[in-house]
Design a protein. Structure first.
Length: 419
């Protein structure tokens, strides 16, 4: 069995460590922070597909199966990292009109640090070894000799351990040998850079405030040209109010707070508990995700939905593909693309279309989605899987076809003009 080094103990890295350790591999996980899950740079809302994925990995969560899918109806048996469930979503247009969608399966709000700790524990229980405060800085490939013969080429991984007192400032250099190197080290992946797999990447800027704000326990989306904002309830008195856009996230969030929450920047800062920021990679199918025993996973591989910036469920699905690929000697790229490639590509197409829309287009879109038929589809089909949602929306709401054609044509026009 090969020795595997995983860089990054986020959800993708921990889930992969769990699956590989359970399959019998010797797994070492290196994380630059002293504790998993911190600092939090995530809103932590997912669809209920998260439960299906975790149960599919053999992690029993106490959720119940109804019609082949896991439901969250029995709250008492749910794991502690699920801190809230949301049954309604409101989507607001630029002209302040809105639609309300009853979510067929409740969305889950996670204690993100608690979720990462949960996955770490599963991995550690399965035998993975965690090295905290240890930062990956590079690697070399060296020949490994056994009884005078070259056996195989190994990775000599360079790490900096920062917790030792004597070398606190600079950290202590360490080396670790492995046969396989997995970069699950987030959007700016040092592994991808060191391996020459970084390619050309684009990001949205994520920024989020935790606010003391009483609310009706529904999630609210505020799409706008070239970005979107959201309000996700932790409980009836606390919300996560965030934004993803290309420029000035803080200023744009303050603008939305003024318009939608009726809060000035001063009022906003009075109710702010803390602020968090992070990069959201935009899916790019041309990023290489495997090369000579080096693999990229999760945000490091830009496996993120471009529509909503969600990457938790997608990173876990890709972790499962990677564990299967290494256990059964299959192509990782082929497996993860089969599992989520179509959905991620479609999300990117939708993001490009949304980015080409004007405020008036958003108003028209919300008007179209407010029909009874469209709402029934939105409520039934999961936004993690747009390939199921989109065609059904088109069939039930024919106005959507015309609308999509118009936006699509404009998009094509822009691409042609750019060339
Ligand atoms: C503001 C914001 C809100 C978001 N909200 C949501 C949401 O509601 N739902 C959702 O599904 N997704 C959301 N996302 C996206 C989600 O957070 C990511 O997709 C997810 O965390 C990716 O998991 P990962 O394990 O691939 O990477 P990460 O969670 O980024 O984990 C990478 C780990 O690698 C470590 N690391 C990095 N470099 C090194 C190194 N050189 N050496 C050692 N360790 C290293 C990091 O410390 C980190 O622990 C949000 C993102 C942002 C920025």
């Amino acid at each position: 069995m090969a020795d595997i080094a995983i860089i990054g103990a986020g959800p993708a890295g921990c889930a992969c460590a769990y699956l590989l350790a359970r399959a019998g591999f010797k797994v070492d996980v290196f994380e630059e922070h002293k504790a998993v899950g911190k600092p939090v740079q995530c809103t932590g809302i997912t669809t209920a597909a998260l439960l299906d994925v975790l149960e599919g990995m053999g992690l029993s969560l106490g959720s119940q199966k109804q019609g082949g899918r896991h439901s969250t109806s029995d709250k008492t048996t749910l794991p502690r990292f699920i801190i809230n469930q949301v049954n309604y979503a409101h989507i607001y247009a630029q002209n302040k009109s809105s639609i309300t969608v009853r979510l067929g399966r409740a969305n889950l709000v996670l204690d993100r640090a608690g979720f990462d700790r949960f996955l770490k524990k599963q991995a550690a229980d399965a035998g993975a070894r965690f090295h905290m405060n240890t930062r990956f800085v590079g690697f070399r490939k060296t020949d490994h000799r056994e009884t005078g013969q070259v056996k195989t080429r190994l990775f000599e991984i360079d790490l900096i351990k920062s917790s030792t007192r004597a070398k606190k400032r600079r950290g202590e250099h360490q080396q670790h040998r492995a046969d396989i190197l997995i970069g699950a080290d987030g959007p700016s992946s040092a592994v991808a850079r060191a391996a020459g797999m970084y390619g050309s990447r684009h990001f949205m800027l994520g920024y989020q405030l935790r606010l003391r704000l009483s609310n009706d326990n529904s999630v609210k989306f505020y799409p706008f040209p070239k970005g979107y904002a959201w309000l996700v309830p932790e409980n009836t008195n606390t919300v996560r109010f965030g934004i993803a856009c290309y420029t000035k996230p803080r200023e744009q969030l303050e603008l939305i707070a003024r318009e939608q929450l009726k809060k000035s920047p001063e009022q906003l800062s009075k109710i702010t508990i803390n602020a968090q920021a992070g990069l959201i990679p935009i899916y790019n199918q041309n990023i290489r995700t495997e090369q000579c025993n080096i693999y990229l996973l999760g945000d490091a591989a830009a496996q993120v939905k471009a529509t909503t910036g969600g990457g938790i469920v997608q990173g876990l699905i890709a972790a499962k593909s990677l564990a299967e690929a290494l256990s059964k000697r299959k192509s990782y790229t082929r497996l993860w693309k089969k599992a989520i490639g179509k959905e991620l590509a479609l999300s990117l197409l939708i993001r490009n279309a949304l980015d080409s829309m004007h405020a008036g287009d958003y108003n028209r879109l919300i008007a179209l989605l407010s029909s009874k038929h469209a709402q029934a589809v939105l409520s039934k089909y999961d936004r993690d899987f747009p390939s199921q949602l989109l065609p059904r929306l088109m069939i039930t709401e024919p106005g959507m076809i015309l609308f999509s054609c118009r936006v699509g044509l404009r998009l094509v026009g822009r691409v042609v003009l750019r060339r």
